[in-house]
Each structure stands twice: as C-alpha cells, then as structure tokens.
Design a protein around this ligand. Structure first.
Ligand SMILES: Nc1ncnc2c1ncn2[C@@H]1O[C@H](COP(=O)(O)OP(=O)(O)OP(=O)(O)O)[C@@H](O)[C@H]1O
Length: 259
C-alpha cells in the first residue's frame, strides 16, 4: 500500500506486511520514517492511496470493526473530546451498545489499573500530556479490542505508570490480543514486542524479524539512524558475546559474573 498526505508528501510507499493473530509487533524507525502514518492507516483513520488492508482474513473495513480494533494515536488529546475523562472512557463501549453498568465497571477497573480514578471527573483538556496518554490508552482498551494499534504508548510517561501500562499490555497479549506499536525508543521495544519491523529514514522496511535478532544488530540499526538498546550497547562495547536486551537481563548476566 502507499499513502501521500494532501500536500503531496509521500509518507508510505509499497508497504507490504502480514501480521498473525496474537503477535506483538513493533514498528521501529527514526523520526519521519512513517510509523505514525502506518498506525493511522492500519487503524483506518486514513485510507491508503493504493493497496488495501485485510483484517482477520476478511475485507471488512476498520470502520466496521470498531468492536475489534482500537487505536492510541500519537496526539491523544485529539481523541479526548467529551466533557469528562469518564465520558471519554465510556464513549467507545456506548458506541458498541455495551450495557452501561458493564461499561462503568470496565472503566472503573481500567482507571484503577492506570491510576486515573482521581481524574475521571476532570475535563480531559486539564490533564497533563502523560495523563492524557494514559486516559487515551484506557479509552482504547475500554472496548476490549482484539487488535490494539499503539503509537508511542509510553512516551511522556514516568517509570511507575510505564510499568503499569507495560504489564497491562503484556497481560492482554497473553489473553490473545494482537498488538502493533510504533516507537523510536529501542530501549522499550523488548518490553513491547517479540517481532520488529525496522524502517529506515525513507520508510523502507530494511528488516523484519525477532526482537532479539534485530536489536542486537548494531550496524543494521545504525543504517536506520538508530542504536541498540543502552544495555545491549554496553555489553557489546565490553566485548560480550551474548547480548542482553533489557536491564533485567543485563543485571542477571552481571550477577552471574560477580558470583
Ligand atoms: N499531516 C501531514 N502533512 C504532511 N506531511 C506529513 C504529515 N504528517 C506527517 N507527514 C510527513 O510524513 C512522513 C512520515 O511521518 P510520520 O509522522 O508517519 O513519521 P514517524 O515515523 O511517526 O515519525 P516520529 O518518530 O517523528 O513520530 C514525514 O516525512 C512527515 O514529515
């Protein structure tokens, strides 16, 4: 598929990808590679100029699958438009005719999980950037979708909340969700995805494979203007043969060495 913005900027060219149900895939690439455009295309928020997207082996468009597909956009405030955060979180379930009491329970549980309970009666525009992202994520998850499309889901989020979001996403994945995330932050990718689709600055897919394979290939990442995760770089620079991807893996390796 391909897509150009109305001003003629070509953002996506000849993009072709198959994602299996239940996969967790990260679209990784430098600024401007086209990750956000892809998330919007995959979420049906914009339409490709050529080509098409098939969901769940059917030709049904994303707009008719709002009970199965949810999107966390890069600018979450654009999607928080009700007068309170609670109304925003209950909006999706209401559109899907989920009974009000059930929607309320679901929203209350999600709000507690993402520490939004105290913000539910606030107007969304009063929230900070990180709070808005958490609210928009809760709103996407509130419809209990099968496919979650997440544009930089933990950007601007501090570590305590980040852990909550990562564990929510991991749990949903264990329950069978398909998740596609976009991020330029390689340190986060091992926590978000098992498969990486690596884009270069022009938006070409230069690699597609298991996270541990792509994120330990520093020359490949360099070609895309990226670097390996910090822990991976540290061990590589120190001459280690097996490279950890996360702080936890690196710490386990070090404590083995120090014993
Ligand atoms: N509304 C728009 N109008 C015109 N061009 C746009 C628009 N939005 C994005 N672009 C262009 O499309 C290309 C892809 O942008 P996109 O936002 O998808 O990249 P990205 O990989 O998500 O970048 P980042 O990591 O900075 O968020 C870039 O060249 C960008 O300048």
């Amino acid at each position: 598929m391909s897509y150009s913005y109305p001003d003629g900027t070509s953002a996506i060219e000849a993009f072709d990808l198959t994602i299996e149900v239940g996969e967790r895939v990260a679209l990784v690439g430098p600024n401007g590679a086209g990750k956000s455009t892809l998330i919007q295309l995959l979420g049906g928020l914009i339409d490709p100029d050529s080509g098409s997207i098939a969901y769940f082996e059917s030709e049904t468009p994303a707009d008719d699958l709002r009970d199965r597909i949810a999107v966390l956009p890069q600018q979450p405030d654009e999607y928080l438009f009700n007068s309170t955060v609670r109304d925003d979180l209950e909006y999706g379930p209401a559109q899907l005719s989920i009974p009000k009491a059930q929607a309320r329970d679901r929203v209350d549980a999600l709000a507690e999980r993402l520490e939004l309970t105290g913000l539910l009666d606030q107007p969304p525009f009063r929230l900070s950037g990180g709070e808005q992202r958490r609210a928009a994520l809760a709103s996407a998850v509130a419809v209990d979708p099968d496919l979650l499309l997440l544009d930089e889901p933990v950007a601007d989020i501090d570590p305590a909340y980040r852990e909550r979001i990562l564990s929510l996403l991991e749990e949903r994945s264990e329950d069978g969700d398909t998740q596609i995330v976009s991020t330029p932050n390689v340190d986060l990718v091992p926590h978000l995805a098992d498969r990486v689709v690596l884009l270069d600055a022009t938006g070409d897919v230069v690699a597609d494979g298991p996270t541990e394979e792509i994120l330990t290939d520093s020359s490949l990442l360099e070609r895309c203007g990226l670097a390996a995760p910090t822990v991976t770089e540290l061990f590589e620079t120190a001459g280690a043969e097996e490279l950890p991807l996360t702080v936890a893996e690196g710490a386990a390796r070090l404590s083995d060495l120090l014993e």
